[in-house]
Design a protein around this ligand. Structure first.
Ligand SMILES: NCC(=O)CCC(=O)O
Ligand SMILES: [Zn+2]
Ligand SMILES: [Zn+2]
Length: 380
């Protein structure tokens, strides 16, 4: 281990210490690593014949913005950002979402004008969500999800024509389209019917891929859907041109509220606790990541982002040869807006700090509602 790794490792351990339930082991490890670090320093110091204490000198001229940027393993660029876009089935709609500041639900007639200035500023990728506004569009099977005239499939076609360079990702789920608001097809007792759900979700993914999406991202969490989608993509002869991004580690918590307002996907009964992970479930997340890589995922996603940095770093360790994405979700975004509004901090500084944390943990793709702002704030 190099000296800087060792020091990083030590400070990481010290910071984590107060949360560690097994303090004895951790302290002992920390102490032995500390003495290794000390002996490394004294060897390094003698070998270049420097006397005196240099080990405390960490301020090495990084007050300059460029030198500060060099400290990061990965710097945020426009290519890392995916912007979530909500497309409704009401063509002329352009409605603000009160709980999701600065975000809108957009109808198909407004979509191109809405995205044109963003593409001009360097927007590279969007993630499409369909929002059927008419209750009659919803049923127990989520039939509207892959309606050829529906908002997502029409949106894909429209965007491919209008912005040939734009990378189009589609969230794939049924919850926006089911009358009960759950992410799949249900048994009579209200629990998820996994095999029917996988069948349906994978059909929807193929329909989006065939309509021209570059990437499909199933967020339904049904077991086996990555494998089913990959097999259907192969069978359809289009696997070579579709990226399969798995929401592998999607945690159930209270950070999706504004999204559900935006997408109208609040479950009409119960919750999503049997198919989304419990916040403490690090091991389950690791198992889901291993499983989804084995099933053919091309990108692994962790969601939410800033509350789950350890999971992002696990994903990078397990999937070291795959890009890792993080979804900085609606609640995280709304929280930052609310706190900035209350004078707690500056919005831009916090947006960068939160996003850089996500990159530092191991992500190289961030799905973010801050994308329009970042396009103004970033040069490249
Ligand atoms: N499947 C996508 C989501 O659930 C989005 C979550 C959010 O932005 O809160
Ligand atoms: Zn869903
Ligand atoms: Zn979802």
């Amino acid at each position: 281990m190099s000296f800087s790794n060792l020091v990083n490792d030590l400070s990481y351990r010290n910071r984590g210490d107060s949360n560690n339930t097994d303090r004895t082991v951790d302290t002992r490890q920390t102490r032995s690593q500390y003495s290794r670090a000390q002996s490394y320093v004294s060897t390094a110091a003698t070998s270049v014949s420097i006397s005196g204490d240099i080990s405390s000198q960490l301020h090495g001229g990084y007050s300059h913005p460029l030198a500060r940027a060099w400290q990061a393993e990965r710097q945020l660029t426009k290519s890392m950002l995916i912007y979530p876009v909500f497309i409704t089935d009401n063509p002329d709609e352009e409605t603000s979402i009160p709980s999701l500041p600065n975000q809108k639900r957009i109808g198909l007639n407004r979509l191109v004008p809405f995205l044109t200035p963003l593409v001009a500023k360097g927007l590279k990728s969007v993630m499409l969500f369909g929002v059927p506004l008419h209750p009659s569009a919803k049923d127990t099977l989520g039939t509207a999800a892959d309606d050829p005239q529906g908002p997502v499939i029409s949106g894909i076609r429209l965007l491919r024509r209008a912005f040939p360079q734009l990378f189009i990702t589609c969230d794939v789920c049924l919850c926006e389209y089911t009358s009960h608001g759950h992410c799949g097809i249900l048994h009579e007792d209200g629990s998820l019917n996994n095999s029917l759900s996988v069948d349906r979700v994978s059909d929807v993914a193929i329909a989006y891929a065939q309509a021209g999406a570059h990437c499909v991202a199933p967020s339904d969490m049904n077991d086996g859907r990555i494998r089913a989608i990959k097999l259907k993509l192969i069978e359809a002869g289009i696997a070579h041109r579709i990226v399969l991004m798995s929401y592998s580690a999607k945690f159930s918590g209270c950070l999706y509220g504004p999204f559900r307002d935006a997408a109208g996907s609040i479950p009409s009964f119960g919750d999503r606790k049997c198919y989304q992970l419990p916040p403490g479930g690090r091991g389950l997340a690791r198992r889901a990541i291993v499983r989804d890589i084995a099933e053919g995922a091309d990108i692994i996603m962790v969601k939410p982002a800033t509350q789950y940095l350890d999971i992002i770093s696990d994903a990078k360790e397990i999937g070291k040869d795959l890009p890792i994405a993080a979804y900085h979700v609606s609640g995280e975004y709304a929280m930052i807006h609310a706190a900035a509004q209350a004078g707690v901090f500056d919005l831009k500084t916090m947006a960068f700090e939160a996003t850089e944390g996500v990159l530092r943990a191991g992500a190289s793709i961030v799905v973010s509602y801050f994308t329009p702002e970042f396009l103004d704030w970033l040069e490249t």
